[in-house]
Design a protein around this ligand. Sequence first.
Ligand SMILES: Nc1ncnc2c1ncn2[C@@H]1O[C@H](COP(=O)(O)OP(=O)(O)OP(=O)(O)O)[C@@H](O)[C@H]1O
Length: 840
Amino acid sequence: MVYKPPGTSISSRGLSSSHGSTSSLLHRIGHGEVAQSLSNLNSYRGDTRGRGPRAPATGAGSGDQRGSRKQSNNMNESMVSGGGGMMKRSNSLNNKYNNGQAQARRSNSTERMNNGAIVYNRGRSPLRNSTTNLSGTTNGSIGRNQRVLIRSRGNDIGSLDNLDNMTQASTGSSSSVPGTPEDNINVVVRVRPLNGKEARNGDDMVVQFPGNGQILCDGMPQTSGGQKHKLFSYNVVFEPGATQDDVLQYSGVKRLIEMAIEGFSCTAFCYGQTGSGKTHTLTGPPELFYRKPDPAHEDHGLVFRSFLYLFKLLQERKDTNFVLKASFLEIYNEKVIDLLNPGSARKPLAVRWSKKSRGFFVENLFMVDCEELDDLLAVLEEGMRNRHVGSHLMNDYSSRSHTILTVNITSEQQAEGGVFISKQGKINFVDLAGSEMTKKTHSEGKTLEEANNINKSLMVLGYCIASLSDPKKRGGHIPYRDSKLTKLLADSLAGNGVTLMIACISPALSNVTETINTLRYAARAKRIRTKPVIVMDPREALILSLKREIGALQNENEHLRTALNLQTEAQDINSQVDMLERRQISRTPPKIDLERVADMESNELKELLKVYVTENQALRQENSELFSTREMIIRDQELVCRENERLLKKLEDVNSVDAEVSNIWRNPLSSSADSMGRYQNESLDGRVSANENKIPDLLQKELDKRRIGDSITTIANNLKRNNSWDTANRANGSGQTVKLASRKGSADSRHSDPSQTRSSHTRIIDLSQNRYSSVSSSGGVARTPWNHATARAASAQKRSPAMFLRKQSAEQSSRSSAGYRLASESEQQFPWYAGVCKEC
Ligand SMILES: Nc1ncnc2c1ncn2[C@@H]1O[C@H](COP(=O)(O)OP(=O)(O)OP(=O)(O)O)[C@@H](O)[C@H]1O
């Protein structure tokens, strides 16, 4: 079950029919100005439920409004009549409240508390548009002398509205989820009237109410002697004339109760200096509980009224079973005392850390099962009677301890398919002891010790609030452990709860310093953000997670669809596009608005989930197919690229070989080919193959050729000069030639014949030429490193001639030395040659 704010229609819970709404209230009111103001109070949805039309306010009270209210006799039908199919507890509650005169009186009082008329006094005109005379809304007009009692920013407290969103993001477990929206602590301010003493002393009012949830404090003493004005903004400001019921209606506490029923952890706490009206606001004067309390008493505070409201809501929830348990403790002098089971020795209880809930708890705290409203009221009475109260100059009934009254609400609702959904909500009412200046209160002895402990724990609370409200310090150490109070409030201040702070102040000039301190404290608290989550049963969490999964799948499917579209576009395969489009159209489930999912039944949700899972799987498969197709295409592309590269290289080689061939034929010494032929022949006989790798490029060959060629030409010329080769051959016999032949053609004894030597020489040249011919035709030699180097050199020459030349000269110098080496080798091998050469 997804949390829905009360006031929205959840037919299964029967809330829609019974709830009033802001719009219905506006409809009832029907007047522009008030409607405008009320629309600012959007967040108080559900505030109007159970409230009948108010009787026009007629009283013109004095400063003390308590005795001057007109009470409406309208019966609150929902409280009195109840529902036939209600759970046993609710029925018994109705019976109690319906039987006899006492019940009738209670019902009247209940009604009066809910519909209490407002006293308009002092003849101030309302501040239009920025303030709300909520009390005047019933008759749709605001009288001239009507007093504006509540100044609201309206939509600020509507941060509670954010919780609608939050619940959608909450896990459904007690743990907080990353990404869960945060909510600020809601802060309202209540200004009490000047008390008798202050009035007698002629104390001035130093607070003003400019409206829009603002409060102006102007009595602040300045060092320069003048007065400083300070403006603060809060969610709601209650002026001195506001009633206890107004606080219930407009502080947001009703919303807190509704949320506690829905499974949230909620806290309302009062803060302020001593005598500022905290206890009055929360529980009413302590005297109320000293004897059997009169339920009709108008001074009953927020707790009593909240209990009534809580039970009213529980009655309306006919389809849900609730179990209520209450506890009441006080922290007195840093000791936790169970107010429902104080024992004779008032043995303090231990505050421990729970790993499971990741929060502090009070060990062995008495929890009372509260089946009826009376049980809850009894808890309140008992606790109020047992708490420590003292008296000092500023308050006759001063609370000497902090009290925490907790109502745990476990709800269990049967969903479809026999599944039970249970949630654990709670609401804490915290009445803090007031900070006090001991020189003002004249505390001494025990009261002084109490005051010190109170101030100390409030100081720790102040540190925690200051740290939590500072975004830089928030992630750091928060000193919760420094006091029992902060340990127990840790979750409310910065955990998963929803918190309302009611800052109580005195309007008197004599208290201005404390008032400013409280207002600052409250302003700081307003900056604190919490992450409210519903604590619920795992089944409920499952449904929520299913919902979230549907959302995620929808997103993923959308993403995959986009990817598929891109893919198909890139491939430009029309047939596949058609196929995909056809598939997409057939598979795509209807787009679901996630908001609507909240209203769907679990079966429907499961079906929807199945559809999305199927679609998701199909899309994933399709996507993977397309990816593999793409892989294949990429591989093919690579092959083509490689082949291209190979062909390019081949082309380069062919070009380089052409260049090589042309070099050879352009060789100016090519005329001495005859002489060179021998060397070439030698190479072909075996040395070339061995030396191919050693001779890197054409140039070296050229160099060698030139040297050898020059020498041979010289020899030949000399020989020619003296004798022609043939003549010499004939005349001198074949000694040298034989030598040469024996050297060159040692493997072939035929070459010893001088006539054959010549032919052999010719053949060598032919072979050499053939070789080059064959090289140029087959290109096979192009694969040798030498040819690669040549090709590279050629391309390098093209790319950067200057660099190529530098490299060339370096290579040339190294090769020329190699050339000389070759020459000296030749000398060694051909001493005759060297001799001839020397001779030349
Ligand atoms: N809004 C109010 N209207 C009328 N009287 C009020 C209001 N607020 C407080 N008072 C009166 O002021 C006196 C002091 O109030 P209260 O005891 O609630 O103060 P407190 O803040 O709880 O003080 P402490 O911290 O000492 O307990 C009481 O007599 C109470 O009835």
